[in-house]
Design a protein around this ligand. Structure first.
Ligand code: FAD
Length: 510
């Protein structure tokens, strides 16, 4: 079994598969280039005395603006407490109250306190460290660091392994857990290795990609001249921090939900203020004040590095690409359209997030689906991999994929496929990206392909909903237009002969 990626999704899948033998491949060193290590808020679960999975499900569906799959939301929120208990058994130590109860944080669009955290805003790295330690003491798991995967070994029978720089690695099951794609944007909170590699690989092998247009722009990335931009966690607003404009006036005072409205609502409001020439700040002086360093050490350190004392000064912020709701289409077991291929974590589209992710639901999704994928693989009939490579696998490109995204793609994505979109900008982006995505000699081709999937889906959705705002289609349609499943064939039905051959279209949206 092969797992590609060593964030929460990849490592939890490998642990759940034990004692079955698993090889985890990761592009860099462990911890490097994982969004998991950067997570601040924590993991959402209905653990409070006033809470229930059904309430968590309802909040998830409300945030997703009509496109959340209710069955998936029900199952994930119900599985959350067990998965957190498992995470504790693996060594994660969540913050507790002096009475020994869970210390539950409040985040935007949650109607209850339900976010468990570790070390204030250091949740991600603490959880990842626990997983890494557990993986290292699990004999069935082998980790290969500094091993980027370039593509899948696929034929009409499905996926039989992965392509590495040094050759092919066969495997009877491949789980893609390569994380998100927000590093495709010039303004991002993600590690720069979050380039949607798994989406490009899966699409080239023929898998469907769903909801690609829905990118979440986090409203409070810190505008302090760093790339990627440090995040000021939403938990700060949960504790009373407010958004103010250049004149010191409350920005969200007249909006339902105020400073804790859904992320898309706040990001649009901030984007409009900035576009009008105003400045926007997060004000934690009264609500957090001198407790910043102790309660939010990551935010405090990022502020101090920029010469800001958040206890006494405002934090300049702006929206930045943060999370991809779309991804490789999977069913309720994490199976893709292709036999032998599963996808877990941010790279997958399960239907949990719809048009907008509820805060702290993504670590949860990776954790829960890791369990279901492992159970599914363990129960799947053993496929022979002896034939891997015998069939018509896609040809190897002549140059390896570049590890980083070209600045022109990042600038294009922020400008034309960003917080506010319109047909002209999207059409220009699609033209520019198509020229690269199907050129097998261009090291940017996979980045361009993933970006092209987002831009194409955005052009086809002629309405505004959640993370997708169209200047030229400002309304939200009722009932919602169907979720979109794109395949490579749909993007470029008649490629020039010199371009990479296309693989048959994937199945319907699930
Ligand atoms: C600043 C920040 C704060 C966040 N806070 C929260 C939060 O509080 N709560 C929450 O639920 N979510 C949060 N999120 C989102 C959440 O962290 C991510 O969605 C989640 O960690 C994704 O986990 P993953 O395992 O899918 O991917 P990642 O953790 O990103 O791991 C991806 C792995 O894939 C590897 N990889 C990528 N490409 C290749 C390749 N070609 N070959 C081999 N390996 C490859 C990478 O090296 C890495 O090991 C936050 C995100 C950010 C950026």
């Amino acid at each position: 079994m092969i797992v590609v990626g060593a964030g929460i999704a990849g490592l939890a899948t490998a642990l759940r598969l034990a004692p079955l033998p698993v090889r985890v491949l990761t592009a860099g060193a462990l911890r490097e280039n994982t969004a998991t290590a950067w997570a601040q808020g924590g993991i959402a679960a209905a653990l409070g005395h006033d809470d229930a999975p059904a309430l968590h499900q309802a909040d998830t569906e409300a945030a997703g603006v009509g496109l959340v799959d209710p069955a998936v939301a029900r199952a994930v929120t119900a599985a959350a407490p067990e998965c957190l208990a498992q995470l504790e058994q693996w060594g994660a130590r969540f913050d507790r109250t002096p009475q020994g109860d869970w210390a539950l944080g409040l985040e935007g669009a949650h109607r209850r306190r339900r976010v468990v955290h570790v070390g204030g805003d250091g949740s991600g790295v603490a959880i990842l460290n626990a997983l890494i330690q557990q993986v290292r003491s699990t004999p069935s798991i082998t980790v290969s660091e500094n091993t980027p995967v370039n593509g899948l070994l696929a034929d009409a029978g499905g996926v039989h392994g992965v392509r590495l720089a040094e050759g092919a690695l066969p495997g009877r099951a491949v789980v893609l857990a390569t994380g998100g794609l927000s590093g495709l944007y010039a303004e991002t909170t993600n590690p720069l290795g979050a380039v949607g590699a798994g989406i490009a690989m899966a699409a080239r092998a023929g898998a469907g990609v769903t909801d690609a247009e829905f990118v979440q722009f986090h409203p409070t990335a810190m505008a302090v001249g760093r790339d990627p931009m440090p995040l000021a966690t939403e938990a700060l607003r949960g504790e009373g921090a407010t958004l103010v404009n250049g004149a010191g006036e409350r920005l969200m005072a007249d909006t339902p939900g105020g400073d804790l409205a859904a992320r898309d609502v706040i990001a649009r409001r901030i984007h409009a203020a900035l576009a009008a020439g105003d400045r926007v700040y997060l004000d934690g002086r009264r609500a957090i004040g001198s407790a910043f360093a102790e309660r939010y050490p990551s935010v405090h350190a990022a502020c101090r590095a920029a010469g800001i004392d958040p206890a006494t000064q405002l934090i300049p912020i702006r929206p930045a690409a943060h999370y991809h709701m779309g991804g490789i289409a999977v069913d309720d077991r994490g199976r893709t359209d292709l036999p032998g291929l599963w996808a877990c974590g941010e790279v997958a589209c399960t239907g949990l997030h719809g048009a907008n992710r509820l805060a702290s639901n993504s670590l949860l999704e990776g954790l829960v689906f890791a369990r279901w994928i492992a159970e599914d693989i363990a129960a799947s009939p053993v496929r022979s991999v002896a034939d891997a490579g015998d069939g018509p696998t896609p040809p190897t490109a002549t140059v390896p994929t570049a590890p980083w995204v070209a600045p022109w793609i990042r600038a294009l994505m922020s400008r034309s496929v960003g917080v506010v979109r319109d047909n002209d900008g999207l059409a220009r982006a699609i033209d520019a990206l198509s020229a690269v995505a199907f050129d097998r000699d261009d090291p940017q081709r996979d980045h361009a392909l993933t970006a092209l999937l987002v831009a194409t889906a955005a052009q086809r959705r002629c309405e505004s909903r959640g993370g997708h705002l169209r200047r030229d289609f400002a309304h939200t349609q009722s009932p919602p237009p169907a979720r979109q499943a794109l395949t490579l064939a749909a993007l470029c039905p008649q490629p020039p002969a010199t371009h990479e051959p296309l693989v048959a279209a994937g199945g319907p949206v699930r």
